[in-house]
Design a protein around this ligand. Structure first.
Ligand code: NAG
Length: 438
């Protein structure tokens, strides 16, 4: 059994309790349903026995911005995948309200930021700019991917590093941003909360943790005896306990299968819809809790996960329709998330960042055209030494010989330099008359 946990477990119930308005409730319900699918798909993709830490909220906030400019099948797939309300006004009011709720979370630190880096040459449609700034609280930064894609990638990574209090490094790896990149949509989430009931450091010591039915490893185990909210979930053959932070609406829920190796099976049951985790009925119970301190860090290829979840069109140059963003033909080339979580005696520090990179379609679909149909300069270079330099203003060979001659020239010039300085080859002489030997 892997010790599996997720941001999903703590952000969701907290948002749910705040969902008083109807659009907000619709968006929150959508995010909750998406959360389970996103988590399970990531877990299935990671394979058995692997840790999972995802931030569905961070993914949803970026994807909502991508969705705001999507049309047709591209938009419909995202609506279905993220369980967004179909009605545009409800969706926008819901996200506006969600940002309001998240921005107002006393007694803990919860910082959320959206930003779009936009290439200088890409013109955003005014309606799209209005939606991302007003509904999704994003700012829009100008970037020059065309000429400085590497330094712009570092600029984005530095912004993420700063917004996550140095927890998420190198979100975008080399190659993810190219001169064809048109925009990068980024979200960063940072959370720090102290437990309402902290663990006593003196009560932490090494104990066995079952990594499988029969294999154990020693982990630093924290201990606490208090009245906590507890639940039994017979449908999943599991127990749950809730640890809340200084803000009583923000809690970490631990869902522990009864069987030592029961997590895989529990995930299967959740996939089959055996139980809805938002319906856990907690009640206050005096418990003696032993729980490991842990620190997790993960990188999730959201592009793979989303495609498994049925969101494909946005990544396909032939299908992607982002005509709501710009006149330019765009496709999402990368979608990546990094997460971090540190759970210890005092509380929890967690961070996540998600980026979607959109590029112009034509750069990969069509090779760059170079048509040498007018005068040009040429240089023949051998290991950094210039052997020839010349210019070509007018055709000098009969047209039927053109192609082979061009090939032959370089080869024969080489051999000519090596051992046959006085080559009699007519074609070479012909060319040389326009070259200047250096
Ligand atoms: C924040 O902390 C204060 C002081 O401990 C407490 O009275 C209040 O209920 C807390 N707020 C929330 C939302 O938990």
């Amino acid at each position: 059994m892997a010790f599996t946990t997720g941001l999903l477990i703590f952000l969701v119930p907290f948002i749910a309790t705040m969902a008083s308005s109807e659009p907000l409730a619709a968006v929150v319900k959508g995010v909750n349903d998406f959360t389970l699918d996103f988590y399970l798909t990531t877990a299935e993709k990671n394979g058995p026995g692997k840790n999972v830490l995802v931030s569905p909220l961070s993914a949803a906030l970026v994807t909502a911005m991508v969705h705001a400019g999507a049309k047709g099948v591209t938009a419909n797939e995202i609506t279905k995948g993220l369980r967004f309300p179909e009605d545009k006004a409800t969706l926008e009011d819901g996200f506006r309200a969600l940002h309001g709720v998240l921005a107002n979370t006393p007694n803990v630190t919860l910082e959320i930021a959206n930003r779009i880096y936009l290439d200088k040459t890409t013109k955003m449609k005014p309606d799209y700019t209005k939606t991302v700034t007003e509904v999704h609280k994003s700012d829009v930064e100008s970037a020059d991917f065309m000429h400085n894609h590497e330094s712009e990638r570092q600029t984005i990574n530095n912004w993420v590093l700063k917004k996550t209090h140095d927890k998420i490094k190198d979100l975008l790896s080399p190659g993810m941003v190219t001169p064809a990149t048109s925009m990068v949509l980024v979200n960063a989430v940072y959370f720090f909360g102290k437990w309402k009931e902290p663990f006593d450091r003196e009560q932490t010591y090494d104990q066995d943790f079952f990594v499988s039915k029969s294999k154990t490893v020693k982990v630093p185990m924290m201990h606490l005896t208090k009245t906590l909210r507890y639940a039994e979930i017979p449908q999943l053959k599991a127990k749950a306990v809730e640890l809340c932070y200084a803000n009583k609406d923000v809690c970490l829920q631990i869902i522990l299968p009864d069987a030592k190796d029961g997590l895989e099976k529990m995930q299967k049951q959740l996939r089959e819809g055996a139980f809805d985790l938002s319906n856990i009925e907690f009640y206050p119970t005096k418990v003696q809790l032993s729980m490991p301190k842990f620190k997790l860090e993960e990188t999730i290829n959201i592009k793979d996960v989303y495609q498994k979840m049925g969101m494909k069109a946005m990544f396909q140059p032939g299908d992607a329709d982002f005509s709501g963003i710009s006149e330019e033909k765009l496709v999402v080339s990368e979608a990546i998330q990094k997460t971090f979580m540190d759970v210890n005696e005092e509380g929890t520090e967690a961070a996540a960042a998600t980026a979607c990179v959109a590029r112009r379609k034509r750069c990969v679909e069509e090779p760059l055209e170079i048509f040498v149909d007018h005068p040009f300069l040429f240089r023949l270079v051998h290991s950094n030494s210039l052997i020839f330099i010349g210019s070509h203003f007018e055709p000098t060979v009969p047209s039927e010989d053109c192609a082979p001659v061009e090939d032959d020239v370089e080869e024969q010039v080489d051999s000519h330099l090596n051992d046959n300085p006085q080559s009699d080859d007519d074609r070479i002489h012909h060319k040389r008359s326009h070259c200047e030997m250096l």
